[in-house]
Design a protein around this ligand. Structure first.
Ligand code: HEM
Length: 361
């Protein structure tokens, strides 16, 4: 069946309004079924669109051809039997394991790779049809986790495995995003508001490869990429500040080195280094171009684009001078990134977790 013919049927059968009423009135188990049942209608729709649109850039033909159609609907399934204490317990488990397994990646620890998993599981979102994003936890499927852009993230997924086994009532999307929030807060980053309710979707909901960003690009690409995620210039710059954490690895991405010295602390160092280091564009051992500094730091071309574009540059300067402003914008942008495409019923709970330090643990 032609996708554009299938869609009106879907939107007639399950209206956005009836979704809200039903899921708000049910507890999570039942709500999850509602969402899954609704998804059966969309499965056909997704398949049709995927098969008809085999481009891989994630917003070109794919986005345009379905723009006229009704968007995919992802309703948060709120389990009223679970409270913040249940999720704080999972937070604490992740935080304790980050502390314990501290030898990972030359003693950087698992924090940065957990942040990257949360971001990549959300960064497939396409605002044109509301597909992809964190909701369905589809990173767990081979099609998504074998996307070359996800090289290295298997370490984060393996880290979370025993936690998923212990708390198997949580959805994968909730766990991946909670892991990222925990890693940022435990690295002394800002507090990030987090909401549960993502529902594991079937494999057919997995977005095609190629939706994650390519680092060999300039400001125009960066702006267009983040627009697909509903992010404006300020949000784009703030989010890139997460490159204060961790490093690039030749074996994963073909890039080499950290962005700064304090790669397991969440700070505004990325912006300070971007402005103050002496950058030189050169080829690394894999033959890929990156900016290198005498101190051994690196910048991707998409990072460097933030000081080449005058609008971005102004924001970079602000964040380099004012860490509080960066933290505030990062916290709201990161929450938005993790929640893209999800409809939360009125009154859905929003949690702010305590760090282990807050709890004197
Ligand atoms: C244009 C946008 C972006 C591009 C092109 C990009 C590209 C990359 C690349 C190539 C790596 C190295 C991966 C490896 O070799 O292991 C990396 C690492 C990382 N990225 Fe990004 N990134 C972007 C945006 C973001 C955003 C929005 C976040 C989070 C908010 C983020 C968080 C991270 C973190 C924490 C790491 C370190 C991972 C580790 O140490 O294992 N990135 N990124």
């Amino acid at each position: 069946m032609n996708a554009s013919k299938a869609l009106p049927l879907f939107s007639r059968t399950i209206s956005r309004r009836s979704f809200y009423l039903f899921s708000a009135a049910t507890i999570a188990g039942a709500a999850a079924v509602t969402t899954a049942a609704a998804f059966d209608n969309k499965k056909q729709y997704n398949y049709n669109n995927r098969n008809n649109n085999n481009n891989s850039n994630g917003w070109g033909k794919f986005g345009t051809s379905i723009a006229a159609a009704a968007p995919i609907v992802h309703i948060a399934a709120i389990n009223k039997d679970r409270t913040i204490d249940d999720y704080q317990r999972i937070y604490n488990k992740i935080a304790e394991k980050i502390r314990e397994d501290d030898e990972y990646d030359g003693y950087i620890g698992y924090g940065p790779v957990l942040v990257r998993l949360g971001w990549h599981s959300s960064g497939t979102y396409n605002k044109e049809n509301n597909s992809g994003g964190s909701y369905g936890g589809t990173y767990r499927f081979k099609l998504e986790n074998s996307d070359p852009s996800n090289n290295g993230l298997q370490n984060a997924a393996q880290f979370l495995d025993p936690i998923y086994k212990e708390f198997n009532w949580i959805s994968h999307g909730d766990l991946y995003t909670l892991g990222a929030v925990c890693a940022i807060q435990e690295a002394q980053g800002p507090k990030i508001k987090w909401r549960p309710g993502r529902v594991d979707l079937p494999e057919s909901a997995t977005p095609e490869n190629g939706r994650l960003p390519d680092a060999v690009n300039g400001a125009d690409y960066v702006r267009k990429f983040y627009a697909r995620l509903r992010m404006n210039d300020r949000e784009a710059v703030a989010l890139t500040g997460a490159h204060c954490l961790g490093r690039t690895h030749l074996k994963n991405s073909g890039f080499d080195g950290p962005w700064g010295a304090a790669s397991s602390s969440f700070t505004n160092e990325f912006f300070i280094n971007l402005l103050n280091e002496q950058w030189k564009l050169q080829k690394n051992a894999a033959g890929n171009k990156q900016y290198d500094s005498p101190k051994g730091y690196m910048m991707l071309e998409t990072d460097y684009a933030l000081i080449q574009d005058p609008i971005y540059l102004k924001i970079v300067k602000e964040y380099a001078n004012n860490e509080a402003s960066f933290f505030k914008d990062f916290a709201s942008s990161f929450q938005k990134l993790l929640e893209n495409g999800i409809d939360y019923p009125k009154g859905a709970p929003e949690y702010i977790f305590k760090t282990l330090d807050d709890q004197d643990m």
